[in-house]
Design a protein around this ligand. Structure first.
Ligand SMILES: NC(=O)c1ccc[n+]([C@@H]2O[C@H](COP(=O)([O-])OP(=O)(O)OC[C@H]3O[C@@H](n4cnc5c(N)ncnc54)[C@H](O)[C@@H]3O)[C@@H](O)[C@H]2O)c1
Length: 375
């Protein structure tokens, strides 16, 4: 990040006195340490070691837990250099330092990577108010924003507003376990105005097996990362009903189209091209074949809708969180409020199945009224 790193650190509340000198090095903190949080720390740590404009050390905030062995998760990560609970078997890089103290984890950082399940971001941001450097840049890897009737609440916007800092997003076809094993994949950085900042994030995350592309469409990129979970639930129903690949492909196509229309309904600035980036079609495909929303939805359909998503989530995900069911409920409310449910038959049907109003088989039922196969 060279030149910019030397120039944009002049007004921080709690930065070091010499930060605006030539030779300033950026410090990165990762806020979150689940599967994706740990992989994000690994990617970033590889680059901070190799790029002279960054301090080597990457702090990773850990929501502290006690393992069955009695050891604290943070201690186990720092002892083994692995996140033994959320990403076992993967070395994070010796320069990743787990820290259970949120304030301490962020206090010197000028690049903040937010990567917790979305349900926790509210409390995290509230406790960070006044604690982060005022010149910090943030990026959100969090999928699962709230879609409220009065308007969507982008997590990037929420972070920006709460902490008074700019926030970009990184989304894509990124199942954490595969990237952890260094299998090639790609992602999209969505940014607002500042291309230079976007390029800093691209540099920080790019590795030989992880290709990152910047797109000036923060809303489109972030919304894709949330709405694809709804499509994945539909795909899981199809799998649970043993409907086969053609049906799943059809569901994916309808889903992608409804994603695009819904995004444009909320933000007229959203670009069509965004849906052809990794955050769009690629993420929908990978989530519909491999993700946890698909997996639990498959189990839901195999049980004929008789066991709730909450019960299946607790049983199948061991503390990991589902987003799709919450998102589709919120999307449904927005569409109902605007009288647009009939234009989004896939989204509407997914919610009605999740909430028990329709059986899982309704995902592929065509009717004139509920036109699931619109032209
Ligand atoms: N896992 C993936 O493959 C993947 C890929 C791309 C994006 N994402 C997104 O990344 C974000 C983080 O997901 P993840 O997979 O890293 O997490 P995860 O679901 O693997 O783990 C849950 C995390 O939440 C933490 N946690 C539990 N209770 C908490 C609390 N009260 N307060 C704060 N934290 C608490 C746990 O310690 C753990 O770190 C999510 O928005 C997810 O959608 C995940």
């Amino acid at each position: 990040m060279g030149e910019n790193a030397t120039t944009h650190h002049t007004n921080s509340a709690n930065n070091g006195a010499n930060d605006n000198q030539i030779g300033f090095k950026s410090r990165v903190s990762v806020i979150g340490s689940g599967s994706w949080g740990s992989v994000a720390a690994k990617l970033v740590a590889f680059n901070t070691l190799n790029l002279s404009s960054f301090h080597d050390e990457v702090k990773m905030w850990v929501f502290e837990e006690t393992l069955q062995s009695g050891e604290k998760l943070t201690d186990a990560i720092n002892r083994t250099n692995e996140n033994v609970k959320y990403l076992p078997g993967i070395k994070l890089g010796k320069n990743v330092i787990a820290d259970p103290d949120l304030d301490n984890a962020v206090k010197d950082a000028n690049m903040l990577v937010f990567v917790t399940p979305h349900q926790f971001i509210d409390n995290i941001c509230k406790s960070l108010v006044g604690k982060v450097r005022s010149d910090a840049e943030a990026i959100s890897l969090i999928k699962g924003m709230e879609v409220k009737i009065e308007g969507p609440c982008l997590i990037s916007t929420y972070i920006s507003e709460q902490l008074g800092i700019n926030c970009s997003v990184l989304m894509g076809a990124n199942l954490a376990n595969e990237i952890a094993e260094e299998k090639f994949s790609e992602a999209t950085v969505g940014y607002r105005n500042n291309r230079e900042i976007a390029e800093q994030w691209v540099q920080l995350f790019t590795t030989p097996y992880f290709m990152v592309t910047p797109v000036q469409d923060v809303e489109g990129v972030e919304l894709c990362g949330t709405l694809k979970n709804v499509v994945a639930i539909a795909a899981g129903f199809v799998d649970g009903l043993d409907m086969g690949n053609n049906t799943k492909a059809a569901i994916i196509r309808f889903g992608l189209r409804e994603m695009r229309e819904f995004c444009k309904l909320l933000f007229s600035s959203v670009k069509d091209d965004t849906f052809f980036e990794s955050c769009g079609v690629a993420d929908v495909i990978t989530t519909c074949f491999g993700g946890r929303n698909r997996k639990v939805a498959e189990a839901f359909a195999r049980n004929g809708g008789k066991r709730s998503f909450d019960e299946l989530e607790a049983e199948m995900l061991q503390g990991q969180k589902l987003q799709g069911v919450t998102t589709v409920r919120e999307v449904y409310e927005v569409l109902r409020h605007r009288g647009l449910l009939e234009l989004f038959p896939l989204f509407a049907t997914v919610h009605e199945i999740c909430s028990g109003c329709l059986p899982p088989s309704a995902i592929v039922i065509y009717s004139e009224k509920k036109n699931i196969f619109p032209v």
